[in-house]
Design a protein around this ligand. Structure first.
Ligand SMILES: Nc1ncnc2c1ncn2[C@@H]1O[C@H](COP(=O)(O)OP(=O)(O)O)[C@@H](O)[C@H]1O
Ligand SMILES: [Mg+2]
Length: 615
């Protein structure tokens, strides 16, 4: 858990990266009409707002002070028209901006999702799920926020300030020049505060997710904690996490509290300046003084600028994080798949034929070779069992056959053709694989089965389930094939999930079939069912079976004992037992263990009889 957070917390360190900003901007290209639309709308809103303030000053001077009700009426009618316009355009920009944000987020998520499908297994090994999820969920949201609401705030701010300045200049240029320097000062102060507040919030959010993770681990691992007597140390660990959270929240609160008063002091200074310089010669406009209405307008414009400045500061401060998000998301989108179709790759048409490992060398980590100059020739239709100690390289061998990985050197030939000359789809669509931990998707049993072949009819689905030995338990459910399996198949037992994934493989009619420890997590009864289904499936197919329980693979055409990435022994069950080598040792050891287990379980040796007969 903590690993995932560690991955997530890497922060944007570099300076403002122009290339990233341009790339973020490009996300708007498909939606340039909405973008232009909302910017125009926001521009109009800002201008009309400033104009209304101007109207108020005219109403004061020409209507109220001059005691002219007709003039006042005229100005107020104009004000009403302006307000209607304002309302209409506020509606337009909020609607367009909200929609734009959703569109950008949707585009980004779809692109990331599609790209994830193309990446190879190696990528998923290296990258924590949590990291990928953050790219899809929070980063895409942050980027979308920046280029919708962020751009909106900045456009609004710039327009607001410039229209306010325009009207201020029209009223009194000299006084405007006194006030103008305050804008950048205010912007700098506000950005400084916002950045600190944001850091505080981020830190406390991070601490919060760590606390959640810690709770989670404490609850799920409560047995281990108690059994090992680690209560004290887990309490201490938790204490230090909450202290971090406290100090981060404290600093955010401190800066937040300081922020508003500072801004208020700034604007009060500006207002004071206006009243002081402007008020000295009220009514004597010709002498450079100002009317009451004009002073009122100036004061309004100053407060008017305050909000956009603060909003812009908030955007600038959060922009860094959005850029960091964008850099991570783009880095995901830029990741090249390790395994891709060669330019001249062709669909092989069929994978029926011999499978040959020719001097294959493979490693995940350069310093740790797994297979070195590995050779194996499997005949078409043969059932090969791979056995041996954990970590020997069995799974690696079948992963290579399925081309989830490719040899670092040497060649794998299927039906005489180097398989890197084939398209990935050509291989994957003709191979079937059942793993130790079966994966089902949320939905019904039927939908999960159909995942094996999308155009399968209901009767084909049922047939496959019968062949795989899944039908019998499926029909015991009230809803039968329409039973919901829950998230990840959580409503079914491992054995049931395994039978469904076997049926799914049967339906897909693969030409090469792989089972990697498929029976390791199921009870012996289900194992017997799976074995029957497996035998049905393997007829006439080249198949590879890795099984921990050796009784499962006795009938294999060939048993290959893998030790330390090498073939230690090879032959069928009888031959290998006669050799009294590695296989014999593995087999007798397991046999002994099972017999002992049977003794302690039942108090009788009967359970072990079938195995003994096999010997
Ligand atoms: N995804 C991986 N990344 C790095 N090393 C791996 C990976 N998978 C397996 N290995 C290493 O490769 C070796 C062979 O593993 P594996 O093929 O899974 O063995 P087996 O299936 O026989 O138990 C082991 O040393 C294991 O640690
Ligand atoms: Mg394995």
């Amino acid at each position: 858990m903590s690993d995932n957070f560690g991955f997530e917390e890497e922060e944007f360190q570099g300076s403002w990266n122009g290339r990233t900003l341009i790339r973020i901007g490009k996300l708007l290209r498909p939606h340039w009409r909405s973008t232009l639309g909302f910017m125009v709308a926001i521009g109009i809103v800002a201008a009309v707002e400033a104009f209304e303030t101007y109207l108020v000053s005219r109403a004061i001077d020409e209507g109220l002070s001059a005691g002219d009700p007709q003039r006042l009426g005229e100005i107020l009618s104009l004000y009403a028209v302006a307000t209607a316009t304002l309302a209409a355009f506020v509606f337009v920009f909020i609607y367009l901006t909200g929609r734009l944000g959703q569109q950008v987020q949707y585009d980004l998520r779809r692109r990331i999702f599609n790209h994830l499908q193309t990446l190879s297994l190696g990528y998923y090994n290296r990258t924590p799920v949590g990291w990928i999820m953050s790219r899809v969920v929070s980063d895409s949201e942050r980027i979308a926020d920046l280029i919708s609401w962020g751009v909106l705030d900045i456009t609004w701010g710039v327009m607001n300030i410039s229209t306010a300045l325009f009207f201020m200049l029209t009223i009194n240029a000299q006084l405007t020049l006194v006030v103008v320097p305050l804008v950048p000062v205010l912007l700098i102060i506000a950005t400084w505060f916002q950045a600190r507040i944001l850091v505080g919030f981020r830190e406390s959010r991070k601490a919060n997710s760590k606390i959640t993770g810690n709770y989670n681990e404490m609850i799920t691992g409560v047995r281990v904690i108690k059994a090992l007597g680690r209560e004290e140390s887990s309490i201490q660990e938790f204490g230090s996490l909450t202290r971090n959270m406290y100090s981060a929240s404290y600093s955010a609160a401190w800066y937040s509290a300081l922020f508003m008063p500072s801004v208020m002091v700034c604007s009060a200074v500006a207002v004071g300046a206006v009243v002081y310089f402007g008020g000295r010669n009220v009514e004597t406009v010709t002498a450079g003084g100002m009317s009451i209405g004009q002073i009122q307008a100036f004061v309004s414009y100053i407060t008017f600028m305050m909000w956009p400045v603060m909003e812009m500061a908030r955007v600038f401060a959060s922009m860094q994080h959005a850029i960091a998000s964008a850099e991570r998301s783009f880095s995901l989108l830029d990741t090249k798949a390790d395994i891709v179709n060669r330019p001249d790759a062709a669909d092989p048409g069929t994978l029926r034929g011999d499978i040959v490992f020719d001097n294959v060398t493979f490693y995940y980590d350069e310093n740790k070779p797994v297979l070195t100059n590995f050779n194996l020739h499997v005949k078409a239709g043969e059932m090969v069992a791979l056995v041996g100690e954990t970590g020997g390289g069995k799974s690696t061998i079948v992963n290579l056959i399925c081309r989830f990985y490719e040899p670092r050197s040497g060649t794998i030939r299927i039906n005489g053709m180097d398989y890197t000359q084939m398209t990935l789809h050509g291989i994957h669509s003709r191979t079937g694989i059942v793993l130790q931990t079966p994966h089902l998707f949320s939905g019904s049993i039927r939908e999960n089965l159909r995942y094996g072949r999308l155009d399968a009819t209901d009767s084909e689905i049922e047939e496959a389930a019968k062949l795989a030995g899944a039908h019998d338990f499926i029909i015991t459910f009230d809803k039968g094939y329409d039973t919901d399996v829950g998230e990840g198949g959580g409503l079914l037992s491992v054995g049931q999930k395994q039978l469904i994934s076997l049926a799914r493989a049967v339906l897909a009619k693969p030409e090469i079939f792989v089972m990697d420890e498929a029976t390791s997590s199921v009870d012996t009864l289900t194992e017997a069912l799976i074995q029957k289904g497996m035998e049905a499936l393997m007829k006439g197919r080249t198949s590879f079976v890795i099984a921990h329980r050796l009784s499962t693979i006795r009938s294999a055409d060939r048993i290959v004992v893998i030790e330390g990435g090498q073939i230690a022994e090879m032959g069928n069950h009888q031959e290998l037992l006669r050799q009294k080598g590695h296989y014999y040792n593995l087999y007798t050891k397991q046999f002994r263990q099972e017999r002992e287990a049977a003794y302690t379980r039942e108090g009788t040796p009967e359970q072990a009889q079938p195995l003994a007969a096999g010997l």
